[in-house]
Write a protein that binds this ligand. Structure first.
Ligand SMILES: [Zn+2]
Length: 354
């Protein structure tokens, strides 16, 4: 009897696998209204400053395992000091090369241990071992990797952060916003409490990435157990066509010039809250709209290589770098003026209602 295979056990599993049934929580699917997160009274509105803290690489070139540098790392100390002066606790979402830089770990670890910064995880799979996948556009989105490989890269990164920085990371962003159908359960397994990979209104599906055009900027629970909180990167539509924005924008990705035309006519503008490619006037419009929409939490972001001239398309010269700091000064002053206080990971976890 023992030699007869138990078909009744194996068949349903195989059938499910063939049908690609997704049963667990899935960040790629827009949330239902009942998933929206609520916060304790007096908490909202707040903002969280997130930094994609990563190696410098040529954003226009093909992905590479080793064509990168860490020249801006010493400048993290200046940015941290700037944040402390402004009373802001930044969340540094760090990836493999940063987590393996003793200098970065020293600067960020000291700030984190003093309660003046949070350390999170950012997975750039192409520079994160184990290296089993081919380097490609498709595989640059960690969520496209086989589940076991995405898991192994994530766990190794989390472990190296704990070992080298000395803190337990609670917040995650996929490099290139590239979560997949397994990411939510893997993040929960890794002890991550907050995901901030969703970039509403952006559609990366033409490169094989996620399509976020149906996602809101409002924080929401990814899972039924309320263990994984999603904090989408705040993106607002502005202009006469604002209510049609989520319909029009994705249809225009092949014609970027049209976006420029609509923007100049003040018909439609898509505004992420970042100094990279967004003026202070635009960002202020975005903040105003977010507050009009009663968004409880605004998520601001930018990339750490921008704090050193010459590494990103946005900061090419020392004058650009001065402008970047000016941008932050103006926007942080405006947030204070609008009574939007800064928050941090621990505060968010304490204030969110389960
Ligand atoms: Zn990145």
């Amino acid at each position: 009897m023992a030699t007869i295979p138990n078909h009744s056990d194996s068949l349903p599993f195989e059938r499910n696998a063939g049908a690609k049934a997704i049963t667990g929580p899935n960040i790629c699917t827009p949330p239902r209204p009942e998933q929206m997160a609520q916060f304790q009274q007096g908490f909202a509105p707040r903002f969280l400053l997130t930094v994609d803290t990563e190696e410098e690489f040529d954003w226009g070139a093909d992905f590479s395992r080793d064509q990168h540098s860490l020249n801006h790392v010493p400048r993290l100390a200046r940015f941290q000091q700037f944040c402390e002066g402004e009373g802001v606790v930044p969340s540094y979402l760090i990836d493999w090369p940063i987590a393996n830089s003793p200098e970065a770990c020293e600067i960020l670890g000291a700030a984190a241990k003093a309660g003046k910064a949070d350390i999170g995880v950012q997975l750039h799979p192409w520079v994160n071992p184990p290296f089993e996948e081919e380097i490609s556009q498709h595989n640059s989105f960690a969520g496209n990797l086989p589940r076991a490989l995405e898991r192994e890269k994530l766990m190794r990164l989390r472990d190296v952060i704990e070992k080298n920085v000395g803190v337990e990371p609670l917040i995650y962003r996929a490099g290139r916003y590239g979560v997949g159908q397994h990411s939510a359960e893997l993040l929960k397994e890794a002890g991550i409490a907050i995901d901030t990979s969703v970039r509403p209104h952006w559609d990366y599906s033409f490169e094989g990435g996620p399509n976020y055009r149906g996602h809101p900027s409002t924080p929401y629970w990814v899972d039924q157990e309320k263990e994984l909180l999603e904090l989408p990167l705040t993106t607002m539509f502005w202009g006469m066509l604002k209510n049609q924005g989520s319909w029009i924008y994705p249809r225009m990705w092949r014609a970027p010039a049209m976006r420029g035309v609509l923007s100049k006519l003040a018909l439609l503008e898509r505004i992420p809250l970042t100094p990279e490619g967004v003026t202070t006037d635009e960002a202020i419009r975005g903040i105003d709209m977010a507050l009009d929409d009663k968004l409880p939490l605004l998520i601001l972001s930018f990339h750490s290589p921008s704090i050193h001239a010459g590494h990103t398309p946005y900061v090419k010269t020392e004058a650009d770098l001065d402008q970047l700091y000016d941008w932050w000064r103006k926007i942080l002053a405006y947030l204070r003026q609008r009574k939007v206080a800064s928050t941090d990971v621990r505060d968010i976890m304490k204030q969110v209602i389960r």
